[in-house]
Design a protein around this ligand. Structure first.
Ligand code: MG
Length: 335
């Protein structure tokens, strides 16, 4: 019998998992898994559990918000073997689930894990210490998620983030940052309002501009930096460009890359998958191509399925991106 470790955050998404737990475990069991359930007891508990016990299982399934998924992946990245991971989203925003078209119906998501196929998904490595599943970002909006307490996230969802971001911007408490960006031998300096390094079609509950041509296993991030508008007219143009998905105008610096670095005189505060990522004057994001095996629903209509069809079975499952993650500067991720 295949062994599954099922780690879930009992508090995520207003504790909705409580009503579905029995059905989920039943689905896994009927699907041929011997299930060990683990309700997380405190922040980073899921990370610890998967890091310590993950190797004893054939599959890890997790349930919670984006932070849960991020923490699980960070643990899996440190195991010497690629253990496949399935995800049942229950958080308030669920960017990752939206990107990967994972059902937000919990029992459907569980059934999809049982019936699913493997998709080798790119993971971002940040400053050689941390990992992110779908986004590393700085600037306006981006420090809002982790100052919003879990209960407020549950009540307000992403509207809380947006309202907070707009409030700060119009209050003038956000200024641009002088940053030098380097990628693929290209170096550019400028003053930027925000920056996003992503492998996702959804961030903060909103669809990502430039989402056409986003692939989750191409080894490339989509990188967008917004230049700080110097006049009200420039601000209006920037907003218009963003709404119309015109990111190739002079108001943005936008490109795809496997590795990008940022240097600034003042430390930049980062958020990784919506949680605190630390502040640095030098940061580098590296795309670890096809570093985790995500279990997703087979669906021949999606881009993902076309990618899956092209995938060959890996010759070995050694995790070549094995690294040690450090959490010293971190308050902890809710899982
Ligand atoms: Mg990509």
């Amino acid at each position: 019998m295949k062994k599954m470790l099922f780690v879930f955050n009992p508090r995520s998404g207003k504790g909705l998992i409580r009503n579905a737990l029995l059905d989920i475990v039943d689905i896994f069991t009927r699907g041929g898994f011997e299930v060990v359930t683990y309700p997380t007891q405190k922040p980073r508990d899921g990370y610890r559990k998967i890091l310590e016990d993950g190797m004893n299982f054939d599959v890890v399934a997790v349930s919670g918000g984006d932070g849960t998924m991020s923490e699980a992946v960070t643990a899996l990245m440190q195991l010497p073997k690629m253990i496949p991971i399935g995800y049942i989203p229950t958080g308030s925003t669920n960017d990752f689930a939206a990107s990967m078209r994972i059902s937000t119906n919990m029992t459907d998501a569980a059934q999809d894990i049982v019936d699913g196929v493997y998709f080798e998904y790119d993971v971002g490595q940040f400053n050689k210490q941390r990992y992110f599943v779908y986004v590393a970002a700085f600037g306006i909006f981006t420090d809002v998620p982790y100052v919003t307490p879990q209960d407020a996230k549950n009540i307000f969802g992403h509207a809380a983030y947006i309202a907070e971001g707009i409030k700060r911007f119009t209050a003038g408490s956000y200024k641009g940052m002088d940053i030098t960006v380097e990628h693929d031998g290209i170096k550019e300096s400028g003053n930027f309002l925000l920056g996003i390094v992503s492998n996702s079609t959804s961030i903060g509950g909103m669809k990502v501009p430039m989402r056409e041509g986003v692939y989750f296993d191409d080894g490339l991030f989509e990188v967008t930096l917004v230049r700080t508008p110097s006049t009200p007219l420039a601000l209006q143009q920037t907003l218009n460009d963003a709404l119309l998905n015109r990111l190739n105008t002079k108001n943005f610096l936008s490109f795809k890359s496997a590795k990008v670095s940022f240097t600034s005189p003042e430390p930049i505060s980062w958020t990784l998958d919506g949680e605190a990522g630390g502040a640095y004057t030098e940061s580098v994001a590296v795309n670890c191509r096809r570093a985790i095996k995500l279990i997703i629903k087979p669906d021949d209509k999606t881009d993902q399925q076309r990618e899956i069809d092209l995938l060959k079975p890996p010759s070995d499952t050694t995790n070549k991106y094995l690294r040690t993650a450090l959490f010293e500067d971190q308050d902890g991720i809710e899982i």
